[in-house]
Design a protein around this ligand. Structure first.
Ligand code: SF4
Length: 384
């Protein structure tokens, strides 16, 4: 087995793409020495592909409503309309949060919400979403709006009888700068039937993200890991992201995937059936770190920016992930509801100085970036 792992890792270091079978073999390892070799390879590839500097973004989350028509089996955020804890921010509250973000140095607003059928203007959904964008952009044109998941795009398209391209183009023209690659969970319809049976299927998620790339809207990419999925399904998910990015690049689409974010499952406050099935409330850090390393090895040539989630892993876990293939520590967020309501212990806001200190503790340089990974302060190259 040792020779087999060494061969796989040597191939990766020579610039070859791993096969899905090779990716699964790496994920199956339990020998500490082999896991250490996987980590070292991921760290070296991170250095070659993204440099030594760890980046961060000053951003603010705005989850404009938690009223949602769906019932994902992992979601502790959603509420029915009129239920205790249900909320729907008005325009003044949205603007107040954006103003506060700008005063605190934010370059980005990340905006996602529940699928709220009441969120309509003149009976249509799209005008409501456009007003969300315009409310912020008219006041703060310099802010980058990273907004609306592929699931939200499908929701608007369905409600208004529009194509995905029409919805994406309208949002882009109103001022959306990029789309979160969330709602991906695990891109496997067997898993989705249990995890999020009402959500878009794998093919639709891929179609919407690819349409965004064709229309010049960059996206991120994510995976919700550590629940009911197998290692094969994890690698199949990564393979589909790799192919999506290869297609965007080979076809010369004007936008691509900017980063990959691993989102380990938090079950503490999640609905009971899935919690019982998974059997634990918080992520297993060792599993998340090995998957982080294998993701770097499997995807890094195509998607060079990898980010851990400090909300899910805690700052110490996210800092550790910077040694397992990650080159970015994410954003300040200022407020986070979706994962915090699920019982995450990482907190819901980070000060810039706290992120910088975590990066500095590893002896690595840091720099502030914008949403699309353009440095706002100077970045240093790999020093290996
Ligand atoms: S994960 Fe999103 S779509 Fe699913 S129930 Fe929660 S808010 Fe609704």
């Amino acid at each position: 087995m040792t020779t087999k792992i060494e061969t796989i890792l040597a191939r990766a270091l020579s610039g070859y793409d791993l096969s899905p079978a090779e990716g699964v073999v790496l994920l199956q390892q339990t020998d500490p020495a082999l896991i250490a070799a996987i980590r070292t390879t991921a760290d070296q590839l991170r250095c070659e592909q993204a440099g030594d500097t760890v980046t961060y973004v000053i951003n603010r989350n705005i989850n404009f409503t938690n009223i949602c028509e769906q019932h994902c089996s992992f979601c502790a955020f959603r509420r029915d309309s009129g239920e205790a804890g249900a909320y729907w921010l008005d325009w003044a509250q949205i603007l107040e949060k954006a103003t506060d973000a700008v005063q605190r140095g934010a370059t980005e607003i990340c905006m996602q919400g529940g699928l709220n059928q009441q969120a309509k203007l003149n009976g249509s959904s799209l005008p409501y979403y456009l007003r969300l964008v315009e409310t912020i952009k008219q006041q703060f044109p310099e802010l980058h709006l990273h907004a609306f998941s592929p699931q939200e795009v499908q929701f608007i398209a369905r409600e208004d009888g529009l194509t995905y391209a029409e919805v994406i183009a309208a949002l882009r023209d109103a001022g959306v700068g990029s789309m979160p690659g969330t709602a991906a969970e695990v891109l496997d319809d067997e898993v989705r039937r249990i995890l999020c049976p009402e959500k878009i299927d794998t093919a639709t998620w891929l179609e919407i993200v690819s349409t965004a790339h064709k229309l010049g809207l960059p996206t991120t990419s994510t995976m919700l890991s550590g629940h009911i999925e197998t290692k094969d399904q994890q690698i199949r998910h990564l393979s589909q992201l790799r192919l999506l990015q290869q297609t965007a690049m080979s076809q010369g689409y004007p936008a691509q995937i900017t980063e990959f974010i691993l989102l380990p499952f938090i079950g503490q406050e999640a609905p009971k059936p899935l919690r019982r099935r998974v059997g634990r409330d918080q992520p297993v850090l060792a599993d998340a770190l090995l998957l982080t390393a294998v993701t770097r090895i499997f995807l890094g040539r195509w998607i060079p920016n990898h980010q851990p989630s400090w909300v899910k892993l805690g700052l110490a876990g996210a800092t550790a992930a910077l040694n397992w293939g990650c080159n970015d520590i994410g954003g300040t967020l200022m407020e986070e509801h979706i994962t915090t309501m699920a019982g995450a212990q990482g907190g819901s806001c980070m000060e810039v100085e706290t992120l910088q200190a975590a990066i500095h503790s590893l002896g690595r340089p840091y720099c502030q970036r914008d949403t699309l990974y353009h440095p706002i302060s100077p970045c240093l190259p790999c020093s290996l």
